[in-house]
Design a protein around this ligand. Structure first.
Ligand SMILES: Cc1cc2nc3c(=O)[nH]c(=O)nc-3n(C[C@H](O)[C@H](O)[C@H](O)COP(=O)(O)OP(=O)(O)OC[C@H]3O[C@@H](n4cnc5c(N)ncnc54)[C@H](O)[C@@H]3O)c2cc1C
Length: 419
C-alpha cells in the first residue's frame, strides 16, 4: 500500500461496527476510508445469529450471578467455559465483571442499555429506508422459551424491566407455543412471544451490502492491517503491519475483539476480552423453522437465516489465539435436536466467532485521551449487530463535535481505571 497523507477519516475494521460508523460519517459529508486487514465481515459480524435484540437491556453481570456462574461451568460443554490455558489471563476481566454485578452498577448498566436500544431502534428504522439494505431486515417474531415454571419466574423481573423500557411482548402457554413453532418438544409450557422481533436474514451479506453501498456513496475500502496509532498535530498516524503509514484527520478504531492492541499503542489500557461463540448452520431444509427461538435455560438460539438454520450461542473464554473446540458446536446441536426432535443435524457448517466483550457488557464509544482525533467503537459483546447503527450515529456525532444522542459517560474506555 502506498502512503495516503490526504485521508480525511480512516475507520479501522470492516465489521458491522466499522461499516455502520462509516455509513454515518459518509452521511455527515466526510471522506471515509475503511481499512480492513482481511475482508469485509471477516470477524464476528459474519456468522452471528442475526438477531436485532433490541429488548436485551438487562446486563449479564447482575446481582447474584457469581453464585450461578460456577454451576454453568460444571459441564465441559455447558453454556459457559473457561479454557484452562487462558484462566490466569482472564482474572482481571472477571474481577471487573464481578464488580459490575453490584446492584448499583447493574441499575446503571440497564439504564445505559435502554438508552442505547432506544437509539438502536430509531437508527435501524433509517437503515430500513435504504433500498439497498431494507430486504435484509425481516420480522419473524421471537419466541423466548423456558424449561420450567421456576426458570420462567426467575426471568420475570427482567421481562418487567423490558416492559418498563417500552418493549412489547406477551406470555404464551403450551398450545400457543405449539402454534407459533410446530415441532417443538412438548416440555415447553412457558414462553414469551415478541411479535415485533426483527432479524437480519444474512448477517455477512448485510455487512457486505452495507460496505458496497458505502463504496457507491464515495467511501474507499482498503486492505491493510493497522499495527499502531500515534497522534499528530492534524489528526493521527496509522502504522501498518507492512511498514506503510496512513495519516488522517480522524481515525475510528472498530476492530472488534482485536481493538485492544491499537488502544494500547496509544498508551490506553482497555479490559477488552473475547467471549467466543460457536454455531452450526444447517441446510434450510433441516427443520420448518418459523421464527427465532431462544432456549433461555441453555443459552443458545436457533434462527432461520438465508444461509439455513443457525444453531448457536454459549460463551467460551479462551482468548484470540487458542484453537476452536468445535465439540461445543456439536453439543449445541445435540441440545437443539432434543428440543426440536425433527431437526436434521447432518450437513451443517460450523463456525466460531469472537465477541468483543467488556466486563460490564457495555460497549466503548469514546474519544482517545492520548489522541483526541482517534475515536473508539468496540466492545459490543453479544449485541454488536443490534447496536451497530446506534454506534454509527454516536461516532459521527463525536467526530462532528456534536452533543451525542446518548450520554457516553458510562461508555468511556477508561471507566474501569478507577478514576
Ligand atoms: C456466536 C455469536 C452470535 C452472535 N449473535 C448476535 C446476534 O444475534 N445479534 C447481535 O446483535 N449480535 C450478535 N453477536 C455479536 C456480534 O456479532 C458482534 O458484537 C459484532 O459482530 C461485533 O462487530 P465488530 O465490527 O465490532 O467486530 P468484527 O465483526 O469482529 O469486526 C472487526 C473487524 O476488524 C478487522 N480487524 C481486526 N484487527 C484489525 C487491524 N489491526 N487492522 C485492520 N483490520 C482489523 C477484522 O478483520 C474484522 O473484520 C454474536 C456473536 C457471536 C460470536
Amino acid at each position: 500500500m502506498k502512503d495516503q497523507s490526504e485521508a480525511d477519516v480512516v475507520v479501522i475494521g470492516g465489521g458491522i461496527i466499522g461499516c455502520m460508523a462509516a455509513r454515518y460519517l459518509v452521511e455527515a459529508g466526510r471522506r471515509v476510508t475503511i481499512l480492513e486487514r482481511s475482508a469485509i465481515a471477516a470477524g464476528a459480524s459474519a456468522g452471528n445469529a442475526g438477531i436485532l435484540a433490541f429488548p436485551e437491556i438487562v446486563p449479564i453481570p447482575a446481582p447474584g450471578i457469581t453464585w450461578k456462574a460456577p454451576g454453568w461451568l460444571l459441564g465441559p460443554l455447558g453454556p459457559l467455559a473457561i479454557r484452562p490455558a487462558y484462566a490466569a489471563r482472564l482474572a482481571p476481566w472477571l474481577w471487573h465483571f464481578w464488580q459490575a454485578s453490584s446492584r448499583a452498577s447493574f441499575e446503571r448498566g440497564l439504564k445505559v442499555q435502554a438508552a442505547m436500544m432506544r437509539l438502536a431502534v430509531a437508527e435501524y428504522e433509517t437503515v430500513r429506508k435504504d433500498a439497498r439494505l431494507a430486504s435484509f431486515i425481516v420480522n419473524t417474531g421471537t419466541l423466548d422459551l423456558y424449561d420450567s415454571e421456576k426458570s420462567f419466574a426467575a426471568a420475570a423481573p427482567g421481562w418487567a424491566r423490558k416492559r418498563e423500557a417500552g418493549f412489547d411482548f406477551h406470555r404464551v402457554g403450551r398450545s400457543e407455543i405449539a402454534r407459533l413453532q410446530p415441532g417443538l418438544a412438548t416440555q415447553f409450557e412457558h414462553a414469551i412471544y415478541s411479535e415485533d422481533g426483527l432479524q437480519v436474514s444474512d448477517p455477512a451479506g448485510f455487512t457486505r451490502a452495507l460496505a458496497e453501498s458505502l463504496r457507491e456513496d464515495g467511501a474507499t475500502i482498503t486492505i491493510g492491517e493497522a499495527a499502531a496509532i500515534e497522534p499528530t498535530d492534524a489528526g493521527a498516524r496509522i502504522r501498518l503491519a507492512d511498514g506503510s503509514v496512513l495519516e488522517a484527520r480522524t481515525v475510528v478504531v472498530a476492530c472488534g475483539a482485536w481493538s485492544k492492541t491499537l488502544a494500547k499503542s496509544l498508551g490506553e489500557a482497555v479490559p477488552l476480552d473475547t467471549e467466543r461463540g460457536y454455531n452450526t448452520t444447517l441446510p434450510a431444509t433441516a427443520f420448518p423453522l418459523k421464527r427465532q427461538l431462544y432456549f433461555n435455560d441453555h443459552s443458545f438460539v436457533v434462527t432461520p437465516l438465508k444461509a439455513g438454520i443457525r444453531v448457536g450461542g454459549a460463551v467460551e473464554f479462551g482468548g484470540l489465539d487458542l484453537p476452536a473446540n468445535f465439540k461445543r458446536a456439536e453439543a449445541l446441536l445435540t441440545l437443539a435436536k432434543r428440543f426440536l426432535p425433527g431437526l436434521e443435524t447432518e450437513g451443517g457448517e460450523r463456525w466460531m466467532g469472537f465477541r468483543p466483550s467488556m466486563p460490564d457488557c457495555l460497549p466503548v464509544i469514546d474519544r482517545s485521551k492520548a489522541a483526541p482525533n482517534v475515536l473508539y467503537a468496540f466492545g459490543h459483546g453479544h449485541l454488536g449487530l443490534t447496536q451497530s447503527a446506534a454506534t454509527g450515529r454516536l461516532i459521527a456525532e463525536l467526530a462532528g463535535q456534536q452533543k451525542p444522542s446518548v450520554n457516553l459517560e458510562n461508555l468511556r474506555f477508561d471507566r474501569f481505571s478507577g478514576r
